[in-house]
Write a protein that binds this ligand. Structure first.
Ligand code: 4AD
Ligand code: MG
Length: 428
């Protein structure tokens, strides 16, 4: 069986063979070092002429960055540090790489994005991908542990969910269809079948904006719960966010260290999170941005003004109906405002969750569909959910990449997904 670097603890003082790539080489006269990476870790391989022989000691010079190699030797403990090393006795070059484009010198972002397929091999990018994996697994564990059933939504959909301005239209044989902006409407149907459900998958928004928060293709987890009101919904969201952050703090310490993340900023992420009515949030914004008009949606700088007041994520609820989607339930006790909430991440990372209570009254929903100039034909199935056992229900969507950018402390979402789709970038 192949031996991975992460498993070497079980092979101390044994002879092993490791396959991987040349991460770095160094030499100091009588001793030469190969840093070998195999995806699970980085191993220091020691070339010392008395143990490896003159021929191997000279062949070391043929090792170039990112060449694939097979290296054999004895696993030993580092004399001073808590590390394992390999005392090399043989090695073989599987493929010799010439002029690997990403050298240890600084490269511009454009260059790195162009070489994203190679850039992913770096220490920093692999740390982010490991945290992404932990995040996704933590989300599944959170919902599965609470009896939710995962019911994924289709990608091709006949109806818009989040407005028509950023839809990707595509041909579906003789019909026009869209790439999904959100699985929510389908989760409302499966919630009526199973009570507590979620979906997890890619979603698409044709947004012609180059910001550090927007991707064209991003992944979203969307729970939906029958008989939850907007307050139950916020409670579920804050429990989820506390759980994922604390789990990454526990299980991905080393990766957070590679990213130089200030973890004290994450340690305070404990429920309950503060909750602001839209009007209270406006008061805070107006203190620093007098131009802001009450009734408008928040821009990124406005969200930053709000989040900078708190050491944990903050909910803003009861946004004006005019700035939110057609399905949001208007509060009968607070007309003109919806029973929805956004969760704003600390440190200016902006909205990571959007959701709330859904309109469950058939007549009002049909009116909203018309007012939003959506085609009622496409929503016939959706309004059926209000014809046959309508029920109060709520849910939300958490964007994986924005959440990850915040947890990892990254300046831009482009590093949070292996192959980002951005406005103006579709390669590699
Ligand atoms: O607020 P949004 O648009 O909400 C919905 O789609 C609801 N239908 C979800 C639901 O209730 N089931 O998007 C939800 C989250 C945002 O808070 C953000 O984290 C992320 O999805 N998001 C994006 N992430 C990256 N790039 C974009 N262009 C994003 N648009 C939304
Ligand atoms: Mg939103």
């Amino acid at each position: 069986m192949k031996i991975w670097i992460e498993d070497l603890k079980r092979h101390v003082d044994q002879h092993v063979e490791i396959m991987g790539w040349v991460f770095n080489t160094r030499s100091s006269g009588k001793i030469k070092f190969l840093e070998l990476r195999d995806g699970t870790g980085i191993l220091n391989c020691v070339f010392w002429e008395p143990t490896c022989g003159k021929e191997l000691f000279e062949k070391f010079e043929q090792l170039t960055q990112e060449s694939s190699v097979k290296v054999g030797g004895k696993v030993t403990r580092h004399p001073k540090r808590d590390e394992l090393e390999l005392q090399v006795t043989h090695f073989e070059i599987l493929q010799s790489a010439h002029q690997y484009p990403i050298s240890p010198k600084e490269h511009g972002v454009e260059f790195l994005m162009e070489h994203r397929h190679l850039w992913l091999r770096s220490r920093r990018q692999t740390a982010i991908l490991r945290i992404r994996h932990e995040l996704i697994k933590a989300i599944s564990d959170f919902f599965d542990g609470r009896g939710f059933i995962r019911t994924d939504a289709p990608i091709f959909t006949p109806n818009a969910c989040e407005g028509t301005t950023n839809l990707f239209e595509t041909q579906y044989f003789d019909e026009k269809m869209y790439l999904s902006q959100s699985g929510q409407l389908y989760m409302e149907a499966t919630a009526a079948a199973l009570g507590k459900v979620y979906c997890f998958g890619p979603t698409f928004r044709a947004e012609k904006s180059k910001t550090r928060r927007h991707l064209i293709e991003f992944w979203m987890v969307e729970p939906e719960v029958a008989f939850h009101d907007m307050y139950d919904n916020m409670e579920l969201a804050e429990q989820l966010v506390e759980y994922i952050v604390q789990r990454i703090l526990t299980n991905r310490k080393e990766e957070l260290r590679v990213l130089e993340r200030d973890v004290t900023k994450l340690e305070t992420v404990k429920a309950p999170f503060p909750r602001l009515h839209y009007r209270e949030a406006c008061d805070i914004i107006k203190r620093e941005n007098p131009q802001f008009k009450v009734g408008d949606d928040f821009g990124a700088p406005d969200e930053t003004i709000i989040s900078s007041q708190f050491d944990r994520p903050v909910f803003v609820h009861h946004y004006p109906a005019a700035v939110k989607a057609f399905y949001m339930k208007e509060d009968p006790k607070d007309p003109g405002f919806v029973m929805g909430s956004d969760l704003l991440a600390p440190e200016g990372y902006g909205e990571i969750i959007g959701g709330g209570q859904r309109e469950d009254n058939l007549e009002i929903l049909e009116r909203k569909i018309r007012e939003h100039e959506l085609n009622p034909e496409h929503f016939k199935w959706y309004t059926d959910l209000r014809r046959y056992g309508s029920f109060p229900h709520s849910g939300f969507g958490l964007g994986i990449e924005r959440t990850l950018a915040w947890i990892c402390g990254l300046p831009h979402v482009r590093e949070t997904i292996p192959f980002p789709r951005l406005y103006g970038r579709s390669y590699p």
